[in-house]
Design a protein around this ligand. Structure first.
Ligand SMILES: [Zn+2]
Length: 278
């Protein structure tokens, strides 16, 4: 057995609750032994994401401040406007990006999500290999890399076909070494061993990028949502409550849930560019 990041065979076992995980003693990568197929995602998304137009709008409003914050961080590292989002889901981030002057493209395995993107005029492809041979200025992977079986090969594939020296790649993954993860162990909100193949730490994410030929420009642990997002979320919930007449108690519960989510969600955010060959 080899490590999916550094290919070392110095692999040990570790546990999180009742889940047995693999651990690389060389680079500290941690991963789930089983791998989820693309077909599973496609099917699950069809089951889970039967969202109404209203639910789409609520999710869209709720995450507006988060998306604006991401775009303003990206702009500090690149002025380029060709953006590719890998694992673009329903294209909400891409929609906000194009409203901010970006030319956007998405990659998304879910047929349902791709159909929605097409409905709102966003071009998407099922897999990276389907993309036209084109370089992008900004490539984003929001909570995508933890689902990939061989992240270094995946990043190498992106780098060789779609990155120029000016391209920046922006990655967000759950932070497995965060305080909420350590406190709640297998009950942590983002410990999802059935979907997440990799459980990234700062070191393993840094290693994966370096091994794929990227130079890390920025890497921090953060909450994806600022307090502004929480207020955005309150607003969205208030709108929903008014429209759906779900009642004040249900609205409070939803707000409490969103605060709980805010406190527990800690992710790693990395920005990198292809290492110059000099
Ligand atoms: Zn390793």
């Amino acid at each position: 057995m080899t490590c999916p990041i550094c290919s070392s065979t110095a692999v040990d076992f570790c546990k999180n609750g009742s889940y047995a995980l693999h651990y690389c003693t060389q680079c500290t990568a941690i991963w789930t032994p089983t791998v989820v197929s693309t077909e599973y995602y496609s099917h699950q998304y069809q089951l889970v994401h039967q969202l109404s137009d209203f639910e789409h709008q609520r999710r869209y409003i709720e995450r507006l401040p988060e998306q604006w914050k991401l775009l303003s961080t990206i702009e500090q590292f690149s002025k380029g406007k060709n953006l590719l989002d890998i694992g673009c889901d329903f294209g909400h981030f891409l929609d906000i990006a194009r409203r901010n002057g970006y030319y956007v493209t998405g990659v998304e395995p879910s047929k349902t999500a791709r159909a929605y993107c097409s409905q709102i005029g966003i071009e998407t492809y099922k897999e990276i290999r389907d993309l036209p041979l084109k370089k992008y200025d900004v490539i984003t992977l929001w909570h995508c890399l933890e689902h990939i079986e061989f992240p270094v090969q995946f990043l190498l594939q992106i780098a060789s076909k779609h990155c120029s020296n000016e391209t920046i790649i922006c990655i967000r993954v759950p932070n497995y070494y965060s305080l909420p993860s350590k406190l709640f162990k297998s009950k942590w909100i983002w410990f999802q061993p059935k979907q997440h193949h990799l459980h990234f730490t700062k070191k393993s994410l840094h290693n994966a990028l370096e091994l794929a030929g990227f130079e890390v420009k920025f890497l921090q642990s953060q909450r994806p949502n600022s307090l502004k997002t929480i207020f955005g979320s309150f607003f969205a919930l208030a709108v929903e409550s008014n429209y759906s007449k779900r009642g004040i108690m249900a609205t409070f519960k939803a707000i409490a849930r969103s605060i709980w989510h805010y406190l527990n969600s800690v992710e790693l955010f990395a920005i990198a560019s292809v290492k110059s060959k000099n």
